[in-house]
Design a protein around this ligand. Structure first.
Ligand code: ADP
Ligand code: MG
Length: 580
């Protein structure tokens, strides 16, 4: 592991990676699609069960509540249906009673019949008899008691007459009769010793609705009778007086009581219905859905709100978690790619170094020979007494050879040093002392060129474990470069301070020419120099190699015309060994 801290743009500046085509595996598109896939699949596996559970719950609740709603409607409808049947049966029995008692016969007089009508009226408070008539088997009205003049009238061709002759009893649909109030006709056939005849009565149903059908109902509910065609047979709170049309379709005939859901212009409702046997009547009982299921509607609202909030929360959590996760994956990928590129770069440096060392080694020997022979030649000339015409010129040439050889050997020595894998010798070092020592080499030049050097040492800077000789070389290279970059009267600022990561940073800031962007990427390459003839281009590459070897890191920040900052970060090292 390296202790190098990837530091944004700086990191790119001293690695040549920035010039490579971007790694396709690190394309942002890839991470966006990864994010989409992660987020969608997580949302799928979390929200789907939630939706299914809520759906099942919703279904079961609504079934349960519907059953609970239907049940009271059903029983109320059934009770009312019984009451209606009873109403009809009661009147039929009363009529049967008068004929079986023999008080009404085929030959009775109108006044006898009138007496019977009066006593029937007295015995039944509501739905009272309006008139009575006795009809013989030919359909002729034999006698009549009531408000109309129907004596002698023939019913021979009327349907109800055939029906009652056939079935023994007949109940008509409701019609607006006497004084325009609703009536129906009930007729029974009597087979007695005095012959067979039909007793026909008109029955007033004006109070049927209030007294039997809607008794005890809530104002928003309603109960009424209709015929098979949907014409009201009693008045309805919702749909108007008897003989109006009921907008609800009459359900098909079925035994017993049933509850169905219907809709009219006022909305959704539950309809309980029951066919009344032996009559053309169908009892209908309606209850508005919002009243019947009021609690369910609010519960449903709560359920949906809860579902909505949960889904939003889940989606938010998924969004942030996935984003975070993908970001971490991306960071890890990038860190790996960086380490990989750095390894590549170091490899390149190492092989260039080996190559250079080989060359340097080979060149050293001939250089030594040239140096020796040129020296010899010079000695010969200076020591010999006889002057010859071009002596001065020759000596100058020899000096030039010697100077070039010297320069060559400086380069080869540096090359060798660059490649040499010197063993690191760790010792405890106070960085400020070491830097002052390095600067002392440059004292002369600094005072000659009036360059000001300032020093800031953070009081808590620890001493570190590192290699003194190698560090001297590192700082000498950097400070040398800074001096070369600055004009006379330049300023060099050196700051030494600890960091939070068990390292110490040395900042070396000059106010020199600066390094243009395109060069920043190349200054650590061997042989890269902007000082042709003077520079070797090896200083920073050697420096970089050493800092790496010491487990440190090197960063650079520069602005053309303003100056350059080099930061060397070095590990403090094993604290147990520090004071030895
Ligand atoms: P050399 O000093 O022999 O040229 P280096 O490897 O030491 O080789 O430096 C490489 C190049 O980096 C230099 O030629 C110079 O252009 C640039 N450089 C290094 N340090 C600085 C600095 N402090 N200010 C400006 N340029 C610098
Ligand atoms: Mg240099």
């Amino acid at each position: 592991m390296t202790t190098d801290h990837p530091n944004g743009s700086l990191e790119h500046e001293h690695h040549p990676t920035a010039r490579r085509p971007a790694d396709p595996s690190l394309a942002p598109r890839r991470y966006r699609s990864l994010f989409r896939r992660v987020a969608l699949s997580t949302a799928g596996v979390t929200i789907t069960p939630l939706l299914i559970m809520t759906g099942i719950n919703y279904y079961q609740y609504s079934r349960a509540i519907e059953a609970r709603t239907r049940q009271p409607i059903e029983s109320q409808t059934s009770n009312t249906a019984h009451a209606v049947s009873f109403f009809l049966k009661e009147r039929e029995s009363a009529m049967r009673f008068v004929v079986t008692q023999g008080t009404v016969t085929l030959d009775c007089t109108n006044s006898q019949l009138q007496k019977n009508l009066t006593s029937l009226r007295r015995s039944l408070s509501i739905g009272s008899f309006v008139d009575l008539g006795v009809i013989d088997s030919d359909g002729r009205q034999r006698c009549y008691a009531g408000p109309h003049k129907l004596q002698g009238r023939s019913y021979k061709d009327q349907d109800w007459f055939h029906a009652v002759t056939l079935k023994g009893v007949y109940i008509s649909e409701v019609f607006l009769g006497f004084r325009r109030s609703p009536h129906f006709v009930m007729a029974i056939r009597h087979q007695g010793p005095g012959g067979s005849f039909i007793l026909r009565a008109t029955i007033d149903t004006k109070e049927l609705s209030e007294q039997i059908l809607t008794i005890g109902l809530r104002p928003s509910s309603d109960a009424f009778l209709v015929n098979r065609k949907g014409v009201l047979q009693s008045s309805s709170r919702t749909y108007g007086p008897a003989l109006s049309r009921c907008p609800l379709a009459v359900p098909h005939r079925a035994e017993g009581v049933h509850v169905v859901e219907r809709r009219d212009e006022k909305g959704h409702l539950f309809l309980g219905f029951s066919y009344i046997d032996g009559s053309p009547f169908v009892l209908m009982h309606i209850k508005r859905a919002e009243e019947a299921m009021g609690s369910w509607i609010s519960l449903r609202g709560e359920m949906l709100t809860f579902l909505g909030i949960s889904v939003i929360l889940i989606l938010l959590v998924i969004y942030f978690v996935s984003r975070n996760m993908v970001r971490r994956i991306r960071e890890a990928d990038e860190a790996r790619a960086q380490v990989f590129h750095k390894m590549e770069y170091n490899n390149k440096l190492a092989s260039v170094g080996r190559l250079a060392a080989g060359v340097a080694h080979e060149i050293n020997n001939p250089l030594a020979i040239i140096n020796e022979k040129a020296g010899l030649l010079k000695d010969r000339i200076t020591l010999s007494d006889d002057d010859f015409p071009q002596e001065k010129k020759l000596l100058a040439n020899i000096d030039s050879i010697l100077k070039s050889v010297k320069r060559c050997s400086t380069i080869t020595h540096r090359l060798l040093g660059f490649a040499k894998h010197m063993d690191i010798k760790f010792e405890t070092i106070a960085l400020d002392d070491l830097l002052r020592e390095v600067l002392s080499f440059l004292d002369k030049e600094a005072s000659f060129r009036s360059i000001g050097v300032s020093f800031h040492v953070h009081p808590e800077t620890p001493r570190i474990r590192s290699d003194r000789g190698q560090l001297q070389q590192v700082f000498l290279n950097i400070v040398n470069n800074a001096f070369a970059a600055m004009d006379d009267r330049g300023r060099l600022e050196i700051t030494i301070q600890p960091t939070d990561h068990q390292t110490v940073e040395v900042h070396i800031q000059d106010d020199g020419v600066g390094i243009p962007e395109e060069n920043l990427q190349r200054i650590f390459e061997p042989f890269f120099t902007t000082k042709p003839g003077i520079g070797t281009g090896l200083g920073l590459s050697v420096t970089y190699g050493i800092v790496e070897k010491l487990n440190g890191s090197l960063r650079v920040k520069s602005e053309v015309g303003k100056g350059t900052l080099f930061v060397v970060e070095l590990p403090v090292g094993d604290p147990d060994l520090l004071d030895t």
